[in-house]
Ligand binder design. Structure first.
Ligand code: TPP
Ligand code: SF4
Ligand code: MG
Length: 295
């Protein structure tokens, strides 16, 4: 856990982990730093109003590599960023809670938490770095590895299909879904600010290639010289994120859309429902309680 008081103005000095050269997570880190600073300046809110909840993986290590003025942070248990975020919001609803995690952490071991938090509409923003592998543990297959992909855990090719995370989020009821690319940190920072501003469960799902075990930079961006078209395509200006059908169409269009895919215009976060409930729910008096036991 990083501390704020008396405190580090630079990344965690006690943590010697390093990302490999060219890792996509560098771009995501830059975007998160820019987004948090922009929010802090715009809202005149101290950086310590933010808590970063990190998953276990190369991606979650972003918490320790964050540069500049430090937010709070918690690096807990593999796959449990959402329950930790729920706990923080239950006791300190005013805090800005940001998750940083990988495709393995969030969609595999942590996958069971997405539907309940989407239904609660937990007011947090999850920044998910998808490299299609378990990077930290040396390249095993993850839920987003393609069918047939050879990895250290699937040497003859993966026999499971791959999850479409954007489709999963939309079906689960996530109220803000953005899709980004680590190679475009400026655009990514804007999506993260929008995600943090959203009242409810926001996910910014990012293609963040692992140069060591699954280097997809060329496949994502394309290369005219080799005739590779590139899987990424940018949502047109007339894409209406409040239109769920349009979001569905974009997600099912070939390739990977980049931009704000979906934002529920009627999003009501869990905290608001809880406050409304507190207004209605009255504690019974002692007499009323005793009356319940009368025969
Ligand atoms: C309960 C538990 N199971 C397994 C592990 C081993 N483990 C550490 S990170 C990781 C996967 C990380 O993959 P991902 O979330 O995609 O992060 P990346 O390293 O690719 O950024 C696994 C399986 C663990 N730390 N704890
Ligand atoms: S193993 Fe992959 S994800 Fe991990 S730091 Fe290296 S390039 Fe990045
Ligand atoms: Mg991964």
């Amino acid at each position: 856990m990083t501390t704020a008081k008396g405190a580090p103005k630079v990344k965690n000095p006690e943590y010697d982990f390093k990302w490999c050269p060219g890792c996509g997570d560098f771009g995501v880190r830059r975007a998160v730093e820019v987004a948090l600073r922009e929010r802090s300046i715009r809202d005149e809110a101290p950086m310590t109003e933010t808590v970063i909840v990190a998953g276990i993986g190369c991606s979650g290590n972003l918490l320790h590599l964050f540069e500049g003025e430090q937010p709070f942070g918690i690096h807990g248990v593999h796959g449990r960023t959402l329950p930790q975020a729920l706990g923080i919001k239950m006791v300190r609803p005013e805090l800005n809670v940001l998750i940083v995690a990988g495709d393995g952490d969030f969609l595999s071991i942590g996958g069971e938490h997405i539907v309940p938090q989407a239904q609660r509409n937990l007011d947090i923003c999850a920044v998910i770095m998808d490299n299609g592998v378990y990077g930290l543990t040396k390249g095993q297959s993850s839920p987003t590895s393609e069918l047939g992909m050879k990895t250290s855990s699937t040497p003859y090719g993966k026999i499971e299909g791959s999850v479409n995370p954007l489709d999963l989020y939309l079906t689960s009821g996530v109220s803000f879904i953005a899709s980004g690319f680590s190679g475009k940190p400026k655009e990514l920072a804007k999506l993260i600010v929008q995600g943090m501003d959203h009242k409810g469960f926001a996910i910014v799902h990012i293609q963040s290639p692992c140069t060591e075990y699954n280097d997809t930079f060329e496949l994502l961006k394309g290369n005219p010289k080799t005739g590779i078209k590139g899987a990424l395509w940018y949502l047109p200006e007339d894409h209406d994120p409040s239109d769920r059908d349009a979001a569905y169409q974009a997600i099912h269009h070939p390739g990977i859309p980049v931009g704000l895919v979906y934002q529920d215009p009627d999003s009501v976060p869990m905290q608001q429902r809880q406050d409304e409930l507190k207004e209605r729910a009255k504690s019974p008096t002692v007499d009323e309680l005793m009356d319940n036991f009368s025969v």
